[in-house]
Ligand binder design. Sequence first.
Ligand SMILES: *[C@@H]1O[C@H](CO)[C@@H](O)[C@H](O)[C@H]1NC(C)=O
Ligand SMILES: *[C@@H]1O[C@H](CO)[C@@H](O)[C@H](O)[C@H]1NC(C)=O
Ligand SMILES: *[C@@H]1O[C@H](CO)[C@@H](O)[C@H](O)[C@H]1NC(C)=O
Ligand SMILES: *[C@@H]1O[C@H](CO)[C@@H](O)[C@H](O)[C@H]1NC(C)=O
Ligand SMILES: *[C@@H]1O[C@H](CO)[C@@H](O)[C@H](O)[C@H]1NC(C)=O
Ligand SMILES: *[C@@H]1O[C@H](CO)[C@@H](O)[C@H](O)[C@H]1NC(C)=O
Ligand SMILES: *[C@@H]1O[C@H](CO)[C@@H](O)[C@H](O)[C@H]1NC(C)=O
Ligand SMILES: *[C@@H]1O[C@H](CO)[C@@H](O)[C@H](O)[C@H]1NC(C)=O
Ligand SMILES: *[C@@H]1O[C@H](CO)[C@@H](O)[C@H](O)[C@H]1NC(C)=O
Ligand SMILES: *[C@@H]1O[C@H](CO)[C@@H](O)[C@H](O)[C@H]1NC(C)=O
Ligand SMILES: *[C@@H]1O[C@H](CO)[C@@H](O)[C@H](O)[C@H]1NC(C)=O
Ligand SMILES: *[C@@H]1O[C@H](CO)[C@@H](O)[C@H](O)[C@H]1NC(C)=O
Length: 697
Amino acid sequence: MAMKIVSLFLLFIFQFRLSLSGQMSSMESVPDLQKSMYMVVDGFPCVRLVNLSGEIGCSNPGRDKVVAPIIKYKNTTELAQPSAILLSMDDVQGFFSRISNDSSFARNVGGVLVESGVEIQHKLKGFSPAQKFPQAEFSPYHNTTYEWNPIGSGIMWKSYNFPVFLLSESSTSTLQEIAMKNEKTERAYTTNVAEFDVVMQTTKVGTHDSESCLKEETCLPLGGYSRKKMSFANRSDVYSYGDITILLRGGMLRGGSVWSALPPIDRLSSNQSKPIILAVASMDAQSFFRDKSLGADSPISGMISLLAAVDALSHVDGLDDLNRQLVFLVFTGEAWGYLGSRRFLLELDQQSDAVHGLKSTLMHLVMEIGSTGRGLNQGNKTFFAHTEVSSASNETLDALKLAQESLKSDGVTISTANSSNPGVPPSSMMAFLRKNSSTSGIVLEDFDTIFANKFYHSHLDDSANINSSAIVAAASLVARTLYVLASDNKNLTSSALSAINVNASLVEELISCMLDCNPGLSCELVKSYISTTNTCPNHYVGVVLGEPSSTPHPNQVDDISRFVWNFLADRTSTPKGDTSVCSQDCGKKGGVCIRAETDGKGVCVISTTRYVPAYSTRLKFDSGTWQLLPPNSSDPMGMLDPVWTESNWNTIGLRVYTVQDAAYDRLVLLGGITVTVLAYLAILLTRAYITKALKQD
Ligand SMILES: *[C@@H]1O[C@H](CO)[C@@H](O)[C@H](O)[C@H]1NC(C)=O
Ligand SMILES: *[C@@H]1O[C@H](CO)[C@@H](O)[C@H](O)[C@H]1NC(C)=O
Ligand SMILES: *[C@@H]1O[C@H](CO)[C@@H](O)[C@H](O)[C@H]1NC(C)=O
Ligand SMILES: *[C@@H]1O[C@H](CO)[C@@H](O)[C@H](O)[C@H]1NC(C)=O
Ligand SMILES: *[C@@H]1O[C@H](CO)[C@@H](O)[C@H](O)[C@H]1NC(C)=O
Ligand SMILES: *[C@@H]1O[C@H](CO)[C@@H](O)[C@H](O)[C@H]1NC(C)=O
Ligand SMILES: *[C@@H]1O[C@H](CO)[C@@H](O)[C@H](O)[C@H]1NC(C)=O
Ligand SMILES: *[C@@H]1O[C@H](CO)[C@@H](O)[C@H](O)[C@H]1NC(C)=O
Ligand SMILES: *[C@@H]1O[C@H](CO)[C@@H](O)[C@H](O)[C@H]1NC(C)=O
Ligand SMILES: *[C@@H]1O[C@H](CO)[C@@H](O)[C@H](O)[C@H]1NC(C)=O
Ligand SMILES: *[C@@H]1O[C@H](CO)[C@@H](O)[C@H](O)[C@H]1NC(C)=O
Ligand SMILES: *[C@@H]1O[C@H](CO)[C@@H](O)[C@H](O)[C@H]1NC(C)=O
């Protein structure tokens, strides 16, 4: 009997060594061991954002990590214990409405993992976590019950006390397997769990509104513009989690809005007195998942249309002789309370350095290019002009008609939007109209009464959601319309217009640089202007670090803003083909230094292209911290400003591993104790036996 136990024990040791030596070859250190135990999960988190009156977004409930077994969600699922729920895109809507309705279910949600898939857009009817009337509080008209975005569920504007991750495609299939394994082996002694580390500083410290979190420095304001200042825990692209690296895309550097004049405004004379035609687009998008905000249709298609139109106009001769001044403006921060346009209008009032050469009294009209990527209807490209009636808007409509006539052979049509619409759709124009209700303006969109984009402000608004020929058509329309408006000449010849042509391959290239990961920001076009660290583009606005300035150092500005700045400066520069190397007095001569990052020297070109910071007009950076300014009745939009901030965090992590059931652990412990006791008895018996035997000898 005793011999049997001892041999069993030996066999156990031997097997243990055998199984260890099997893995010895690949495992040489503790990190290796950790790697084999914990699995890196690639994902995009939803984070906590805070405004003056409350919070939205996601956070761990307390100061600790959440560990919960992974289960696959079905709409009939009941939760008996806190669980990590694997959710398919089809179920997202149903899940979140259940959360708000069923509190016992909501209590047991430990965390959520949302699956992603290829070409999921075709399978879904639509998905938009935004409101039905995005940013309705800023609208210049009163009918805020109008639904521009009927599909919008508003789920991203609520607060969740559990972490939510969007999985990458590869981690989706892995986690599906794991969830299936958990399901099959429901009574087994091991289970696979997800460990969420989305501990937010604002939750930890208990600062649940912008005013208190800015005071305690647990959050930073949203906006474009940033300085590297490491006074708080590092945020960076790649987080280290022990020895496991969590990939978190998105950077810490964010740019500002960019404006550029064509032809350049002579900085020295500051005598520019031509009426200004402003062409406006936005470069920031929004989504439930911070670092997966592509916004292909809304608003990046409009920005690409504008950039391609600028390129087309830059090849036209005689721009100096036009009667009006063209100014291009690409805003950032528009998705978060029109930060870019409101700050721009404030700087214009203050006549700050950032807008030197522009005057609000010279502003003749504003033409905004909204979404254009879905303006394709069975081969015809159809766009809609949304406007408030005024004589200058009529002039713009006439110019658009003239441009349309010249593009008839390409199947481009422009219509005025339905007169039963309450007013312009959500756009920067709202900020202009709230500022001065007699501003003449027009918003060009690919929709009439409701958004054509079924994925507004979601991670699914990617390059599969748009068609480049619609963007090319919109760019042609914009370029020719701007030329008609700027020349202010009633009998333009059609040959003058047909000479303005958009480069379709430039549009294709911009789409692949701005909206795809391959080649993404490492494409030739972007690389010819700037050097980038990330390749996957992301158009989330980011946070403002430190004091905003109108002349930032390039390494303080994010990739997209820097690219737009370089591109506009290059295309609007005179004379063409200038290759003088940058020197100290480039700026003194009215020049700017482009392509400075690519070769370290750069080219000095004559151009009026500037950054304008984009952050809340209720904030001021003062001696190292952000101060909330009291509401100012002379700034009615500022009084509505929710002052959005993003909570700080140390690391964000998600990993998956196997744990043993506690009951099984106890069983093993009991077994171990039994073996020990038996072994002890065996030793006693053997010793007694041997002693006896020796004595007998
Ligand atoms: C600020 O956040 C709260 C909390 O979610 C929300 O109810 C409110 O509408 C937000 N304010 C604005 C202006 O968006
Ligand atoms: C659950 O989903 C199934 C099919 O997906 C559907 O037929 C059923 O009505 C749903 N049940 C509830 C309660 O939503
Ligand atoms: C929420 O619950 C109420 C009553 O239990 C029910 O009438 C309603 O349809 C539910 N809403 C959703 C979105 O499930
Ligand atoms: C707002 O617009 C909707 C849709 O056009 C309309 O049904 C509703 O009557 C309008 N409300 C007001 C107050 O004008
Ligand atoms: C921040 O990052 C820098 C460089 O990677 C490092 O030297 C520094 O220790 C980090 N600070 C904190 C607080 O982690
Ligand atoms: C301003 O414009 C006027 C008329 O166009 C011109 O005579 C004058 O020289 C200009 N001033 C400067 C400083 O360029
Ligand atoms: C496309 O445009 C042509 C010419 O304007 C028109 O005849 C045709 O009906 C349009 N097709 C659709 C589907 O709107
Ligand atoms: C604009 O045009 C419309 C129709 O073409 C006309 O009825 C209206 O009076 C015009 N408005 C102005 C301010 O010129
Ligand atoms: C304008 O919108 C109204 C209400 O949405 C609709 O009944 C009407 O047919 C639309 N008119 C046109 C010309 O599309
Ligand atoms: C508003 O705009 C109109 C037309 O551009 C202009 O005449 C007026 O002076 C502006 N009002 C203010 C307060 O700036
Ligand atoms: C864009 O639409 C055209 C015409 O419908 C089609 O031929 C083309 O394949 C589409 N392109 C993309 C990228 O979907
Ligand atoms: C229109 O063109 C005719 C002939 O080319 C020219 O005489 C006339 O001055 C032009 N009118 C305007 C307003 O430019």
